[in-house]
Design a protein around this ligand. Sequence first.
Ligand code: ACO
Length: 339
Amino acid sequence: MIKKYSSKISGLGKYLPENKVTNDHLSTLMDTSHDWIVERTGIEERRFIAKDSTEGTASMGVKAAQQAIDRAGISKDDIDLIVFATLSPDYYFPGSGVLVQDLMGIGTCPALDVRNQCSGFIYALSVANQYICTGTYKNVLVIGSEHHSGGLDLTTRGRTVSVIFGDGAGAAVVSRHENPEEGVLSTHLHSEGKHAKELSLIGPSTKKWVHEVFENYDPNDPDYHPYMNGQLVFKNAVVRFSEVIGEALTKNNLKPSDIDMLIPHQANLRIAQFVQKKFGLQDDQVYNNIMRYGNTTAASIPIATCEAWEEGKINSGDHVMLAAFGSGFTWGSSLIKWV
Ligand code: ACO
């Protein structure tokens, strides 16, 4: 890439549905317990869109996006590109990016959907960074939003997966920055498709088409609910998180102690603690909020980054490391010198 500019995060926003779902509430729906969930995942509660609400993936994204745009001090008309990351789009097609564009009344800029699950925000940020660094665009709206609750199997059969996930949205305005020593210093992306089915939702899809759902729908068919090989995901996550954080440090000639704030994708508190220990980071060098929101997949990094910034834990000049691992398998990192 011929780099003409740098890119920086100029505004952050988040939106969490008001409806809190505690572990005790889940225990009334399935055979689980508050203690099991906290011990294995660190999650105490999560948000689910209320059953009687019309809220969805795109509309949550709009709320986070509007806050990010306001904080960036720009107008929606200044947005040159929308990049929308989700595994739970409103529709099979079109993508949720164009729905955001319509809901926000943003003219005819391009809108792109990214389907990289827990790594979605890092992939989306890398797209924004590339377009800005080449001088193509000035302001890119990057959104991560997930509506998990509508698709989870909230019975004992689905408990290994369904206790983990929550709904929510986060957004960032990524803008042109003149100083190449600041802003997004690097992004590193990886995937390994041989594990595609180990964390997946198979139907409905072109392999398991919609008429099958109506004509032969079998509520016991596991393909209609997310599947996760939890232990394999866990084992790969701790390895890949560590590799990709190390890759970013090496590329930028930095040591773990140079990280002012690590914001890992909020997959499981145990994974984040493993990574923290591996790099010898102190508690104030890592931001976690999975306790309150569960795993919000593509939304987790922008929500956590927004919250850390709101709490004054990210400041100008800080080295902020974002890292993610998830379905695909996909993983990635981005090192940002905060402006
Ligand atoms: N409540 C109570 N018991 C449960 C629950 C539950 N919610 N879920 C499973 N169990 C039981 C199992 O049935 C099993 O019982 P058994 O020993 O009698 O057979 C026992 O608990 C242990 O089950 P495991 O699946 O071995 O539990 P594990 O310790 O592996 O924890 C977990 C499961 C939390 C899912 C873990 O594997 C994990 O966190 N994996 C990583 C998940 C992750 O990070 N995903 C991120 C990516 S998400 C994305 O990209 C979309």
